[in-house]
Design a protein around this ligand. Structure first.
Ligand code: NAP
Length: 304
């Protein structure tokens, strides 16, 4: 009998990583977050909405915090449909007073939040030479400063209350690789990953965990047209991903609920990548170099 090595057939079929479990299932016991309050910034769209949904399925009371009424409404509807308690609070995470008011509203409704998901961020592709100072400041202000300000408020409330809590930040893998076309967001996410490590050490003695999640490509209906066109065609079974598929937003929710659960209480200062090994897929013979201007279909740089 011929060994598999001498066969002309490939010894392994390309089957990719297993699909995500069905919506509604969970690895954690039912009721893991019963009676607790979970704040999700940017919880009315995309990945934030999916994270909020997984906490809601496990019994949490949810606070959706963001700026736009239509996003707040969408988040509220999503969570209410699951049957969990939810409030949606207008909040701009750049503004410390707005964050304080959001926490006050959360406490009035459900008591002190025990979990904070720092998911809100801003992003759009632009060549660095065309990026206005205002664009740079805005993205850094929301993504990095907003994450810090929400974390600070959460920690101050828990320190005063002498109670434990868990913070889960949301990063991006270009924190480590750089992100051509996304200089503002990549730098801000590098700050978020780094800050996770600092805050985890500072606040562990007070019972506060700080971790970070790095999502891979997880397409969703709320992606802006800017981001969609930058990614090119997105397919369900994507042969440009080692996993042979893209991620499902709920898979980030599974990771977030785990990190905030009692089963992860000794994990802090960690950044967990949920991307099917995509960010490690690098070689010395990448595709030919294209400038960001070419990738975006922009003409030559024009000085003012
Ligand atoms: P998204 O749909 O664009 O959501 C961003 C959210 O942030 C929105 O709900 C927005 O709500 C909120 N937000 C923006 N500025 C805010 C502010 N100043 N104050 C309060 N809320 C604000 O993004 P996403 O694709 O779901 O991404 C979620 C997170 O995952 C982000 O941190 C992103 O960087 C990261 N990520 C995503 C992917 C992916 O494949 N989707 C990959 C890597 C990393 P309002 O407009 O209502 O304020």
């Amino acid at each position: 009998m011929a060994s598999s090595e001498s066969s002309s057939e490939p010894s392994q079929a390309v089957i990719g990583l297993a699909p995500a479990p069905e919506t509604g299932s969970s690895a954690l016991p039912a009721g893991t977050f019963d009676g607790t309050c979970v704040v999700v910034t940017g919880g009315g769209t995309g990945l934030g909405k999916a994270i909020a949904a997984e906490f809601a399925r496990l019994g949490a009371n949810i606070v959706i915090a963001s700026r736009k009424p239509e996003h707040l409404e969408a988040g509220r509807n999503e969570i209410a449909a699951i049957g969990a308690e939810v409030i949606a609070v207008e909040c701009d995470i750049r503004d410390p007073e707005s964050i304080k008011a959001m926490f006050d509203a959360a406490i009035d409704a459900f008591g002190l939040p025990s979990v904070l998901i720092n998911n809100a961020a801003a992003n759009f592709p632009v060549p660095a030479e065309d990026m206005s100072p205002n664009a740079w400041r805005t993205v850094v202000d929301i993504t990095l400063n907003g994450t810090f300000l929400c974390s600070r408020e959460f920690a101050r409330r828990h320190l005063a209350d002498r109670s434990r809590g868990s913070i889960v930040n949301v990063g991006a893998s270009y924190a480590w690789t750089g992100g051509p076309g996304f200089a503002h967001s990549a730098a801000a996410k590098a700050g978020v990953v780094n800050m996770t490590e600092t805050l985890a050490v500072e606040w562990a003695p007070f019972g506060i965990q700080v971790n970070c999640l790095v999502p891979g490509l997880m397409p969703h209906e709320d992606m802006t047209s800017d981001i969609r066109s930058n990614l090119g065609g997105i397919h369900d079974k994507d042969d440009r991903q080692p996993a042979m598929r893209v991620g499902r937003p709920r898979e980030l929710g599974y990771a977030a609920t785990f990190l905030a659960s009692p089963y992860a209480s000794f994990i802090s200062g960690h950044t967990l990548v949920v991307d099917g090994a995509n960010w490690q897929r690098r070689s010395l013979t990448n595709p030919p170099v294209q400038t960001v201007r070419e990738q975006m279909g922009l003409g030559d740089f024009q000085a003012d």
